[in-house]
Structures are given as structure tokens and as C-alpha cells.
Design a protein around this ligand. Structure first.
Ligand code: FAD
Length: 340
């Protein structure tokens, strides 16, 4: 009989793990609390524009991920972006060229995760609240008290504070490991305009993204300058610095968006007026980015496995990037398939 696995979370880590197990002949079911796959690689469709509200791009460093990214590139799911990247230090803009390979989803970040989920069994709007073990197999219970299973294995990709609650009754070693991985919050905001933005002096009008060395912002992306979105109007995603996000965690989303837009406006000459805003909003990511320095023992471990069929993966076990999350799920999938 084919081994069975439940995977909690259909972000890039869960999907990468599911693909490996599916190819190895396992029967895999993904459970996702949101309405669709993607996790922190998600995009929001507004009337005026489609904006990425989580990851804006991803870099490619590891060979296994490079091979995977090449298949996405060939399938038209990603394209190089940004290649016109700037940095703002003390409100002044500088062109930044570091030659690093970066990609964005085409025509939105979630194109990649949507593609990976194709053909897999996926239960959406299904938040798993507890696990039970009976006769050596696992049953999952969701928020509506529905039971799912039994399964031989359960893979949990939820950020560590959430994973901890699920594993604690069953494996104190895994629960303890979760405690060492701190996930820090990040505010993401968006603003759409009725006209293109004016640019700072010396900055090419087709700038795509800008990193910030100081202040409340850490990154601003122009969604309408991303691949496949050239037809949409001017629309910014503004990401706050982690420290600023922590200090303003309970602020209202519209106030957050306005504060971040004001910080961006300050980098333009005083005489520049912003065009009229057609949409503005924000999203608080409570568990946005793992603090790998705090992770101690977890640094450079891709995943955690227990003897009774529980396993943990996701960016928290490896590093703060899409690539880390993918590698973490991919490597766990291979470890599970080899153990069978
Ligand atoms: P997630 O994507 O969080 O997936 C976990 C999934 O589990 C989620 O879909 C969640 O809904 C689901 N879930 C949780 N609990 C349950 C439950 N109980 N039951 C069912 N489902 C559950 N990385 C880069 O490389 N480049 C960037 O530019 C970049 N920018 C970022 C900007 C922001 C604002 C954020 C938040 C992140 C950014 N990252 C970036 C990081 C990157 O997005 C993540 O590292 C990666 O997407 C994490 O993938 P994951 O599968 O580990 O976790």
C-alpha cells in the first residue's frame, strides 16, 4: 500500500514537500486555512491592480532550487525582476547593481504556488486545530470539528509558534525546537494611483524597486513594473522594517499605509505632489520572517522529524527566503520518501 501524508499549509514549503512525495508514489493531502495556496507568496486582486503583499521577488543560490526555478522560467511562471533596483540612504537615491539573480512570479507572485498545487489533493479554508494518534496513525481535526485521515505521516509547515501548539501534546522535543525559532512581524501596505509617480532627480522613470537603509520602510516595489503587469496602473507595495512593524503592530491598517506612504513621499523633492490615490490598504503579517540568529540549534537544519511520523518544515528551519522555504520542504520530502 502507498504511504499517506497530510501536509498542513500550502505555502511554498508544503507544496515542495508534496511534489516530492507525490512523485515518490505517496498519497498526499494538503490542508490550507486560507482560501487558496500561496501562504506568504500571495497576491491581492484590487479593482485597479494586482499587488503582491508577501514576497516581492526571490533569489536563487542553491543548485537544486536553480533547477526548479529553470522549469518555472520555461513554463512562463516567473521572469527576472527587479533588474532596476535602487537604494535610498538618508532620503537620497542611489542605483544598486549587485548582479544577483532575482525573479518574480508572472503575472503575480502566486502563479508559482498555484502551478505547484495543480493535480494535488488540497483542502482549502480548512484550519487544522489538533492532531490525534490512534493505532500508529494520525487523524486531523479542523476548526469545524471535522476529522481527516488517518494518515501515516503529518508534515506541519505553519510558522513555528503555530506549529508548536499542534505538536506539543505529542512530541516535547519538537515543541521545544519550535520555541527556538522566532518569527518576526512585518506590515505590508499598498497604494494605487491614477497617474504614474514622479521620480526623484537622477532616477530613471522606469525604476522597479527600492531598498531603504533607514527609516520605517525597508522595500518598495512597483507592481506595474513587474513581469506580466505592464497594463495595470501605478501601484506600490510598501514593506515596513521589522523593528517598525513590531513597534506599530496594533496600528490600524489604513494608518500604517498612510505612514509608510508618507515615509516614501519624503524621499522625493518637496515640490513633488503624489498623484491621486485610488486604493490604499495594509496587511499585517504576524509571522513574516524567521529570526535565524535566534534559532540557535535550528540554524542550517532544514526540517525536524520525529520517530512517530510527525515532521516540521518551512522557512523557519532554514532561513528567511522563498528559496529556504522551498529547500526545506523539498529536502524533507526526500528524507521521508527515503525512510519508507
Ligand atoms: P508560509 O508561506 O507561511 O506557508 C504556511 C501555510 O500554512 C500558510 O499558507 C498558512 O495559511 C498555512 N497554515 C498555518 N497554520 C495552519 C493550520 N493550522 N491549518 C492549515 N493551514 C495552516 N522571501 C524572499 O525570498 N524574497 C522576498 O522579497 C520576500 N519578501 C517577503 C515579504 C513579506 C511581507 C513576507 C511576509 C515574507 C517575505 N519573504 C520573502 C519570505 C517568504 O515569503 C517566506 O520565507 C516563504 O514564503 C515561506 O514559505 P512557507 O511555506 O515556509 O510558509
Amino acid at each position: 500500500t502507498r504511504p499517506t501524508a497530510a501536509i498542513i499549509g500550502a505555502g511554498i514549503a508544503g507544496l515542495a514537500c508534496a511534489r516530492v512525495l507525490d512523485e515518490a508514489g505517496w498519497r498526499v493531502t494538503l490542508f490550507e486555512k486560507s482560501r487558496g495556496p500561496g501562504g506568504r507568496m500571495t497576491s491581492r486582486s484590487l479593482a485597479a491592480a494586482t499587488v503582491d503583499i508577501g514576497a516581492q521577488f526571490f533569489s536563487v543560490r542553491h543548485e537544486a532550487f536553480r533547477r526548479e526555478a529553470e522549469t518555472w522560467l520555461k513554463a512562463g511562471l516567473i521572469a527576472p525582476w527587479p533588474w532596476k533596483l535602487w537604494r535610498v540612504t538618508n532620503d537620497s537615491w542611489h542605483y544598486r547593481h549587485d548582479g544577483r539573480e532575482r525573479y518574480a512570479g508572472k503575472p503575480r507572485m502566486s502563479a508559482v504556488t498555484r502551478h505547484l498545487s495543480r493535480g494535488l489533493a488540497l483542502e482549502v479554508s480548512c484550519r487544522i486545530v489538533s492532531l490525534a494518534r490512534d493505532n500508529g496513525r494520525w487523524t486531523l481535526q479542523d476548526q469545524a470539528r471535522q476529522h481527516h485521515g488517518p494518515f501515516d505521516h503529518v508534515v506541519i509547515t505553519a510558522p513555528s509558534p503555530q506549529a508548536q501548539g499542534l505538536v506539543a501534546p505529542h512530541d516535547s522535543r519538537l515543541a521545544e525546537a519550535c520555541e527556538g525559532v522566532i518569527q518576526r512581524p512585518c506590515w505590508a501596505a499598498w497604494a494605487c494611483f491614477d497617474q504614474p509617480l514622479a521620480t526623484a532627480p537622477g532616477v530613471s522613470p522606469d525604476w522597479q524597486a527600492v531598498m531603504f537603509s533607514d527609516g520605517p520602510l525597508r522595500f518598495v516595489a512597483r507592481n506595474d513594473h513587474k513581469p506580466g503587469r505592464e497594463q495595470q496602473g501605478e501601484s506600490l507595495t510598501l514593506l515596513a522594517r521589522l523593528e517598525w512593524s513590531e513597534a506599530h503592530l496594533e496600528m490600524h491598517e489604513t494608518s500604517v499605509a498612510n505612514s509608510l506612504l508618507t515615509a516614501f513621499r519624503k524621499t522625493l523633492p518637496d515640490t513633488t505632489a503624489l498623484p491621486a490615490i485610488t486604493a490604499i490598504g495594509g496587511h499585517r503579517w504576524r509571522y513574516a520572517q524567521p529570526d535565524v540568529f535566534a534559532a540557535g540549534e535550528a540554524i542550517n537544519r532544514d526540517y525536524r522529524l520525529s520517530a512517530n511520523g510527525l515532521a516540521l518544515c518551512g522557512d523557519g528551519w532554514r532561513g528567511p527566503r522563498v528559496e529556504d522555504a522551498w529547500l526545506s520542504g523539498h529536502h524533507l520530502g526526500h528524507a521521508l520518501a527515503a525512510s519508507d
